[in-house]
Design a protein. Structure first.
Length: 344
């Protein structure tokens, strides 16, 4: 009897040592990662923004995990190929990746072929940055404010990239919410091509990220007239928020719901995620390491030196953001799917 008890107790001790419980789990995870290799998937070619963010943070993840971090570029299908590879990677905690969250949400909502993942099921370490969306008017357009655009007696020409892209979805959703008289001209290869068309006078306004718009604003070529931020500050201080304008609409409650869903697309941003099923203790360890990396003064300085914005959100916060971006009311989801498919 005593021998059986001792054997059972020994087995329990071995299980605890192998998997950990409570405070011991963090130590077990630390031992697991020390000297191990973390494969960091980037769903685009080397040299772009996603690749630069990954390579900037990799040394700091190495610092706080004790593991080696290898960058693996997996371009294809507008970021979907890499996102799928992250989602389907071995769930042992050695595979993570940065994803184009907003695009992956829209692809999932519209059931785009190849979107074989669930945004809400990734294990999120946290978010590096999220775009602040801003509507800018060309200085030669005669539009000085969003009120001017709402009161225009002729259609405002809005530039956008391809159907379903963020600049297009921004334009058609805001157009629906605010009942704008506008003509959305899409098909530009890049946002830079839209800005060139604005300088020529072919396009009046465009939506985009604040980071992309800053140079034009600073140069005086563009004037910010509307933003998705509830409390604009910095370069957007004094610019009206979509929420302030929506409060004046006849159906303000519905407008607010649409705007909340729209804002959540941008809020997903550029998170770093692991596949579903990673053991809890390893995810807790990775989240803690990511948190420390994002707050490391040297990393913050590196990002500033490279003119890369940071807008951190924790893994727990990202899980909530991903849920709000994908679990929409049926009527609002239908609106966004129509926008993503270019049916509006």
């Amino acid at each position: 009897m005593r021998r059986t008890f001792l054997k059972t107790a020994a087995a329990a001790l071995l299980a605890t040592a192998a998997f950990g419980t409570g405070p011991a789990a963090a130590q077990s995870a630390a031992d697991y990662y020390k000297g191990n290799t973390i494969n960091f998937i980037v769903p685009y070619n080397p040299g772009g923004g996603y690749d630069e963010y990954a390579r900037m943070i990799a040394p700091y993840l190495e610092k706080y995990t004790g593991a080696r971090v290898d960058i693996k570029n997996v371009p294809g299908s507008g970021g979907m190929k890499g996102a799928v590879e992250i989602f389907n990677a071995p769930a042992d905690g050695t595979y993570i990746g940065i994803i184009n969250g907003s695009a992956m949400v829209t692809n999932q909502l519209a059931e785009i072929e190849g979107a074989n993942y669930k945004v809400g099921q990734y294990n999120y370490l946290g978010r590096i940055v999220a775009d602040q969306r801003v509507l800018v008017a060309a200085s030669n357009s005669g539009i000085k404010s969003f009120k001017d655009m709402m009161a225009a007696t002729a259609p405002t020409v809005v530039g956008a990239t391809g159907l379903g892209g963020s600049t297009y979805v921004d334009a058609v959703i805001s157009g629906k919410v605010f009942n704008l008289d506008q003509k959305v001209v899409h098909g530009f290869d890049r946002s830079g091509d839209i800005r060139t068309a604005m300088l020529r006078g072919d396009v009046d306004v465009m939506w985009g990220s604040l980071g992309s718009a800053l140079d034009g604003i600073t140069a005086g070529d563009h004037k910010p007239i509307l933003t998705d931020q509830e409390n604009p500050e910095g370069a957007l201080a004094g610019v009206p928020s979509v929420y302030d304008v929506a409060k004046t609409l006849p159906d303000a409650d519905h407008a607010m719901k649409v705007l909340d869903a729209w804002a959540s697309l941008s809020a997903v941003g550029r998170p770093v995620a692991a596949p579903p099923g990673v053991p809890d203790d390893r995810m807790a360890f990775l989240r803690d390491a990511f948190d420390k990396a994002m707050r490391d003064p040297d990393f913050v300085k590196t990002a500033a030196d490279n003119k890369r914005e940071l807008l951190y959100a924790s893994g727990d916060q990202m899980a909530k953001i991903a849920k709000s971006a994908t679990e929409l009311d049926p009527d609002i989801k239908a609106l966004f799917v129509a926008a993503i498919r270019g049916e509006i």
